[in-house]
Design a protein around this ligand. Structure first.
Ligand code: SF4
Length: 345
């Protein structure tokens, strides 16, 4: 894809090309519901360097997708509200931008792939029309040029017979091919940051591997930064540079991927790793983290993980919340007993 595009990002004051593509600082999001306030995101922070892949990992309801929606500015408000923090794109806080400018960043610089391609695509328009609309709207291209660019994109994401398939409707594509169309749409405007929210959850295992390989290849070619949201530790091992593990709306461990796999410093991370099926342990019962994630309107005091934690002691059950301990220069964990968990004591 060419990048000779007329993107008027200079209309956004303060953009610093030397600043990081994405920085999230102390982000707070709550949902005001009839049953009370659900504290969905409670002080999430992370950075994203050019070309870096950051996996955000955790069970359903831990706040990972809500974090992504807040970054994209697509939270349902009400009931969802960003109540604190900053989301910086190249040094500019997106939360302070007027909606028109924010939309410009969303369309051109930070794109998202959703987990369910079938509901994200419009069933009554061909994929070519939906792709072409991006070029017509955001690049002012003619119908003919937009169609040619759409075919190029379908080729790029390795959809066979792109010239014919550009005229087909979403239901005529298999699940894996639809997800490729979603990737094509996300890449259409050459974003610097791509957020992939469980991009392979709805697919079978072999197609999952193909989609992850495609994403990694496209990211490398374009030096794009990738935020990969997943509940599956198996998916991130090969592709992520750093991992943020989330629980009850907080990042409870943050580290380079190899460190986490070698010796997790938080019992929750350790539980997630132990629950990955392993061929060398065939015949043994699969380990699982006991209990359920907390209800976000009533998060346990102290450490939110304490009711499920095999290392918990009295200190874990009382306020204040557990601070983030510096495990190493590149690594933090929110556990009083991280040394014991890691096996250092
Ligand atoms: Fe478990 Fe306590 Fe560590 Fe929380 S702080 S993870 S309850 S040991």
């Amino acid at each position: 894809m060419s990048t000779d595009v007329n993107v008027k990002m200079d209309a956004i004051p303060g953009l610093d090309p030397n600043a990081m593509p994405l920085q999230v600082k102390d982000l707070h999001v709550e949902f005001r519901t009839r049953n009370g306030i659900a504290h969905a995101v409670n002080g999430v922070s992370f950075d994203l360097q050019p070309g870096e892949t950051r996996a955000i990992l955790g069970e359903s309801g831990c706040g990972k997708s809500v974090t992504a929606q807040a970054i994209m500015g697509i939270l349902d408000t009400p009931p969802g509200f960003v109540t604190g923090g900053e989301i910086l794109y190249r040094g500019v806080d997106l939360l302070k931008l007027p909606e028109a400018q924010r939309r410009k960043v969303r369309a051109n610089k930070i794109a998202m792939i959703f987990q369910d391609a079938l509901s994200a695509l419009n069933p009554v328009f061909t994929v070519g029309f939906q792709l072409g609309e991006l070029f017509r709207k955001h690049r002012g291209m003619s119908r003919k040029d937009a169609k040619a660019r759409s075919i190029e994109l379908l080729d790029l994401v390795k959809i066979p017979a792109a010239r014919q398939r550009v005229n087909e409707y979403p239901h005529q594509f298999s699940g894996g091919m639809r997800q490729r169309v979603m990737i094509a749409m996300a890449l259409a405007l050459d974003p610097e940051v791509l957020i992939a929210d469980e991009p392979t959850t709805a697919l079978d295992v072999t197609v999952q591997a193909q989609i992850m390989a495609l994403l990694a290849e496209l990211q490398r070619e374009r030096n794009m930064s990738l935020v990969l949201i997943t509940h599956d530790m198996g998916v991130v091992a090969d592709v992520a540079d750093r991992i943020s593990v989330m629980y009850a709306g907080r990042v409870i461990e943050e580290a380079p991927v190899n460190d986490i796999y070698a010796s997790p410093a938080h019992p929750y991370t350790k539980g997630l790793l132990e629950s990955i099926p392993r061929l060398d342990l065939k015949g043994q019962e699969l380990s699982a983290i006991k209990g359920l994630p907390p209800v976000l309107t009533n998060i346990p005091r102290g450490c939110a993980f304490n009711p499920r934690c095999r290392y918990a002691q009295d200190v874990c059950r009382h306020d204040p919340p557990v601070p983030l301990y510096q495990v190493s220069s590149a690594r933090t964990a929110a556990c009083h007993f991280w040394k014991e968990v890691k096996g250092d004591e």
